[in-house]
Design a protein around this ligand. Structure first.
Ligand SMILES: [Zn+2]
Length: 342
């Protein structure tokens, strides 16, 4: 790509908009010492506390922050066990208000019994059959029965969409390749893949989330070893994709000094293939060389103007469709409610 101050929209290939309110949440009763304890003591306490207003304003805040980062499309993975039905509409509506594109999925799981799994499947089906843009979500093989994995896979096939699933993020999910054998196809998003063998046999795009993997101390996925295409996600830590690109490159380079920023840049390009509409979006940046060798070593690049589908939705760094101060204030109110519940 030649030096330029504009680019098509960026895509976050794996986000959790429901985690936007989590920053500053009360510390868990005990310090988690491994990934499963992080899930149990942080994320599975948070997601069960979410109600409709929290989901709405968490998504509004996450969508606003994405827009401000030049990310015009979000591939979201959602879970709210106490508020399942209609939750994907709340997220889609919030993103539409801000003007950001979104692909929704509800992460089906048997953590709350077969009724919970059925409700999650039903929410995916309802949303997609009503014309929503999305994928069928599965939390992860290790929290699902074979019946649930098969049902979600069949639903996705029926609807002609892929499955968005965490795969082998921690060692607890080491059996994922055998559990998912025969179910996957090229439409699937296989998120993380840290503990996948090189020849895992699963089809789909591997979504690499380097900062999240480091935060959870689950290890380095070494995505360059896979024959699958590789994309980049944030796993809920914002949607600043040039940041994630820089972390992905630093992590790659740490293990291979011959690695080039162009390698991680190709992963970012895969994101756009997952959401081709962003070719119609434009981002004008505060820096004039939007190419890998510059951006790998240049921090604090800001999106100045963003058009999505022909509409100017960020002008001189300010959202045009929503009042950013109001979104932040309403999200802060919901965060206070959420923390009180925790
Ligand atoms: Zn995730």
């Amino acid at each position: 790509m030649s030096p330029s101050s504009t680019s098509p929209g960026l895509v976050c290939a794996h986000h959790h908009l429901y985690s936007s309110l989590a920053r500053g949440m009360p510390a868990p009763p005990r310090t988690p010492t491994n990934f499963l304890q992080i899930l149990e003591q942080v994320w599975w306490r948070l997601d069960v506390a979410l109600d409709a207003e929290m989901i709405r304003w968490s998504a509004m805040l996450g969508a606003l922050e994405a827009l401000e980062s030049g990310c015009t499309a979000i591939i979201d993975h959602h879970e709210s066990p106490s508020c399942i039905e209609g939750s994907l509409d709340l997220i889609a509506d919030a993103c539409a208000k801000v003007g950001v594109r979104v692909s929704c999925a509800y992460g089906v799981t048997d953590r709350h019994g077969t009724d919970g799994a059925r409700a999650g499947l039903a929410e995916n089906e309802r949303f997609l059959r009503e014309g929503g843009r999305g994928l069928v979500g599965i939390h992860a093989a290790f929290t699902c029965s074979d019946e649930t994995l098969n049902a979600a896979s069949e639903l996705a096939d029926d609807l002609g969409v892929g499955v968005h699933i965490h795969v082998a993020e921690g060692i607890d999910d080491i059996d994922a390749p055998s559990r998912l054998a025969g179910l996957t196809n090229d439409r699937w998003l296989l998120v993380h893949g840290v503990h996948l063998p090189d020849d895992h046999g699963l089809k789909g795009t591997i979504v690499h989330n380097p900062r999240s993997n480091m935060n959870n101390a689950v290890g380095y996925a070494r995505p360059a070893r896979f024959s699958n295409s590789v994309a980049l996600g944030t796993d809920g830590i914002g949607a600043a994709m040039f940041d994630e690109f820089r972390v992905a490159f630093a992590r790659l380079r740490e293990s291979d000094v011959t690695a080039s920023p162009e390698d991680a840049w190709r992963w970012l390009e895969t994101n756009r293939q997952l959401f081709p509409e962003v070719a119609d979006d434009t981002v004008t940046w505060s820096y004039d060389s939007i190419e890998p060798w510059h951006l790998a070593y240049t921090t604090d690049i800001r999106a100045v103007d963003v058009t999505i589908n022909g509409e100017l939705v960020l002008a001189n760094g300010t959202a045009t469709r929503v009042d950013a101060d109001e979104v932040r204030a309403r999200a802060a109110e919901q965060a206070t409610r959420l923390f009180a519940k925790l």
